[in-house]
Design a protein around this ligand. Structure first.
Ligand code: SAH
Length: 458
């Protein structure tokens, strides 16, 4: 989401004459786009600001000026505090204000004016943002193909998981009208994007105004995916991140019916213990999650699953943690993110009793990650000898080498010549590592089984 937001900020700033710099050293403006989800992410902001302050001073000594800005959810949550802890910051603005960036820059440009904007707009910011120009992903360094892009379709969250700051920093759930999403997807296709990841804090609860003017009510994510897939040039679709209780029939069916929808789903379960899930205010228990996985696999047997986990939530016992390990063993994930519970100011869990000791959290995390890493490696190894369709979008380490993404989001290093940047290339996988694969372009028919996003009949 932050990568997408950074891209849109670049789009707003482009007409003002700003272009992206490769390094902050001599920049006229530096914007830190921040994350507040865990304490560690938020802490990084202040250490990074300290470093940037030195660059700002150096620039001033040379007679120049650097506008230093903090954007994103730390800005939203800590607004005033940032300005008092780091008084050399010129602008602090939350995630719902990017359409006002032009005004803010003008104000900050007047010497001495400090800008603080953390208002949630009455009208969603999307209505005021320009079309994505060339910065499909502004975080993409030079030389990388703009063949994969993010597209925010939904923002905010009304779920109020007791551990989570998102409802407070991003605000209430909002879905963009389907017509706006399809228009932006079309613009991305026109600049050469072939893979789109539809984003939202609760993306699968998307309910956007229908694009066909029909009175059939809002579109859900399943319908939206089918329509994005119909756009010329869009060959791959993903969505991120999903709330298990919001997986509806139509979306599950899309995993069967929409060829462009990749067979990979990030579906955060958080815990395998029903007691912990209830205390987290998740609206699913462990068996609901197992049943959901069964339904997905019934329509798309080759689907690969990913999840988020929190260990050491307040009150989590050894027995609760054992339930999480059991769920992971049963479901089998091809990739996952796992975290120690981090108390966030203003959330209900932060003031719960029975917080788990740091060393216990650390041990549980190591145990869980041991299992998750083993599952990931086993999946990667199962790909050796298969042909995978890889979207090549980055240069590799050696000259001439390219790196891309498999349908399962694995990084695949192409060893050898033959692929073109931005192409979807069939690679025969010859080696597997913990975090990546190695493959060679398929020249002749190798007779190897093809694991890619085509049904046998297609
Ligand atoms: N909408 C997603 C959450 C996205 S936040 C969902 O409903 O699951 C990304 C991940 O950060 C979460 O899935 C969670 O695992 C982790 N996370 C969020 N708050 C956290 C906290 N207070 N401590 C530790 N991890 C947290």
């Amino acid at each position: 989401m932050n990568v997408y937001d950074s891209g849109r900020m670049a789009d707003v700033l482009a007409p003002l004459g700003y272009v992206q710099a490769d390094a902050p050293d001599d920049a006229d403006m530096v914007i830190l786009n921040t994350c507040h989800i865990r304490e560690k992410a938020a802490e990084k902001v202040y250490s990074e600001l300290g470093r940037l302050r030195r660059l700002k001073i150096a620039k001033e000594e040379g007679g120049g000026r650097m506008i230093l800005a903090v954007a994103g959810c730390v800005a939203q949550a800590e607004g005033e505090e940032i300005l008092s802890r780091a008084p050399y910051v010129d602008m602090v603005f939350g995630p719902q204000t990017y359409h006002r960036l032009g005004e803010m820059v003008a104000r900050a440009g007047r010497a001495g004016d400090v800008v603080l904007d953390t208002d949630f707009p009455v009208e969603p910011k999307f209505d005021f943002l320009p079309a994505p120009v060339s910065s499909a992903n502004s975080a993409r360094p030079e030389g990388h193909a703009e063949s994969a892009a993010f597209l925010t379709v939904q923002e905010g969250c009304d779920k109020f998981c007791t551990f989570c700051v998102v409802p407070y920093t991003r605000g209430a759930e909002y879905s963009r009208p389907a017509a706006a999403v399809l228009a932006e997807a079309g613009q991305l296709a026109a600049i050469g994007v072939r893979e789109i990841t539809l984003l939202g804090q609760n993306v699968n609860n998307y309910k956007g105004a229908a694009a066909d003017g029909s009175s059939g009510g809002d579109w859900g994510l399943g319908r939206l995916i089918a329509e994005v897939a119909a756009i010329d040039g869009i060959e791959r679709i993903r969505y991120l991140t999903s709330y298990p209780a919001d997986m509806d029939e139509e979306l599950i069916a899309a995993h069967r019916d929409v060829i462009a929808l990749m067979p990979f789903l990030h579906l955060p379960v958080q815990s395998g213990s029903d007691v912990v899930l209830k205390a987290m205010n998740r609206r699913h228990n462990a068996d609901d999650y197992r049943r959901l996985v069964d339904r997905l696999r019934a329509v798309r047997p080759d689907i690969g699953l990913s999840s988020d986990f929190i260990v050491g939530f307040p009150g989590e016992t050894d027995a609760d943690f054992a339930e999480t390990m059991k769920l992971v063993e049963e479901v089998g994930f091809i990739q996952a993110y796992s975290f120690k519970y981090s108390p966030r100011p203003g959330t209900p869990a932060a003031v719960m009793e029975n917080h788990v000791a740091e060393d216990v959290k650390g041990e549980r995390l190591a145990t869980l990650q041991g299992l998750l890493n083993a599952q990931q490696l086993a999946f990667n190894r199962s790909c050796v000898g298969q042909v995978m369709a890889v979207l090549l979008d980055r240069p590799g380490r050696l000259p001439g080498q390219l790196v891309g993404r498999s349908p399962y989001m694995q990084a695949v290093h192409m060893d050898g010549e033959g692929g073109a940047m931005g192409a979807i290339q069939e690679l025969l996988i010859i080696d597997a590592h913990a975090n990546s694969l190695t493959g060679n372009p398929v020249r002749a028919n190798t007779g190897a089984p093809v694991r890619e996003n085509k049904r046998a009949s297609a």
